[in-house]
Ligand binder design. Structure first.
Ligand SMILES: Nc1ncnc2c1ncn2[C@@H]1O[C@H](COP(=O)(O)OP(=O)(O)O)[C@@H](O)[C@H]1O
Ligand SMILES: [Mg+2]
Length: 315
């Protein structure tokens, strides 16, 4: 399997804009590799170095040190750019153009022949859910629609890999869901996606692998299962039971919680969970779920910051 992105010991230091004697180490010796068809979520707080890394990948900013290969080429190489789509952090488009006109312009930039362009534009508008809004000028687009036309320009030339910098940021819950659905759709069509976010929930939902950076340094890279420690934080049994049994259940299970008719009890050990499971089944209630409770990505990252130590997993 050939890789898409290969980044090796990549570093970028900026001069401080005011205090020129000061340097800012935006990215420090970052290494990672991504491959075809995978969604890689790139997480880190504001200022962690995500945008700087992405700008180096796109060839907009020269690395201070390290190596980048995109499809075996240097960043900015036309052969690599043809296979790559890009959505910047705050895309800006000329607002007097309609969605279709904007995409026609980008077709021109990508050397898509006029005959093929029409079909590409319609397919792309459909992919991003703007088929009916293609003739509206961008001035009349909502924030979510602008983000989606931004994704459309990134995929107009049918790239194998789409890099998106904070594609969900600044959107309302519906807008976020629409963008997430587009990312899933891209994957379904065999595309690879690298997207950055400072929101762990979005990353957790979408990513095949997750790259976590903090202050320019890689803290973790791997699947959710690899990043989240195997040691669990408890055991739980969830079951459905009739309302009339409620009091008896609360008496029988310590720390029981109930929401929408679903009862959940948590335990410190597997033995306790098994005993509760038996008791639930003896009462003929329906077991919905039983097993270990793992920490969320949010909790894992939080603990990393507390430890402020070195990487937990390698990928
Ligand atoms: N052009 C620049 N000049 C000086 N410092 C910069 C420049 N761009 C980014 N930085 C600094 O580099 C660090 C990383 O920024 P950035 O890559 O934008 O992080 P993120 O995208 O994760 O929020 C920050 O401390 C930021 O202030
Ligand atoms: Mg950024």
């Amino acid at each position: 399997m050939s890789s898409h992105i290969e980044v090796e010991r990549l570093s970028k230091t900026y001069r401080h804009p005011m205090k020129v004697w000061k340097v800012i180490e935006a990215v420090k010796e970052l290494s990672f590799t991504t491959g075809p068809g995978e969604i890689v979520g790139f997480v880190g707080h504001n200022g962690a170095g995500k945008t700087t890394t992405i700008k180096m990948l796109m060839g907009f900013v020269a690395p201070t040190a390290g190596r980048i290969s995109l499809f075996g080429k240097a960043p900015g190489d036309p052969a690599a750019l043809r296979r790559l789509g890009f959505l910047p952090e705050r895309p800006y488009f000329y607002s007097h153009l309609s969605g279709r006109e904007l995409l026609r312009y980008f077709c021109g930039l990508s050397d898509i022949p006029a005959a093929a362009a029409k079909g590409r534009i319609e397919t792309t508008l459909k992919t991003v859910g703007l088929a009916d809004a293609g003739d509206l000028t961008l001035a009349n687009y909502s924030k979510g629609m602008l983000q989606r036309i931004g994704i459309a320009q990134a995929i107009i030339h049918d790239p194998e890999l789409v890099v998106m910098d904070e594609p969900m940021s600044g959107l309302d819950p519906i807008g976020r869901r629409e963008v997430k659905d587009i990312i899933r759709e891209l994957k379904k069509n065999g595309k690879a996606v690298l997207f950055s976010s400072h929101i762990l929930g979005d990353i957790e939902d979408l990513s095949d692998r997750i790259l976590i950076i903090e202050k320019g340094v890689r803290r973790s890279f791997g699947t959710l299962a690899e990043i989240i420690p195997r040691e669990n934080i408890g055991w739980r049994v969830s079951f459905a039971a009739p309302e009339k049994d409620r009091d008896a259940l609360f008496a029988a299970f310590k720390g029981l919680r109930v929401a929408n008719g679903l009862f959940t009890a948590t335990f410190a050990s597997e033995q306790e969970m098994n005993a509760a499971l038996t008791a639930v089944m003896e009462r003929r209630h329906t077991v919905i779920e039983a097993g270990p409770l793992y920490p969320t990505l949010e909790e894992v990252v939080f603990r990393m910051q507390e430890r402020n130590g070195t990487e937990v997993t390698h990928g």
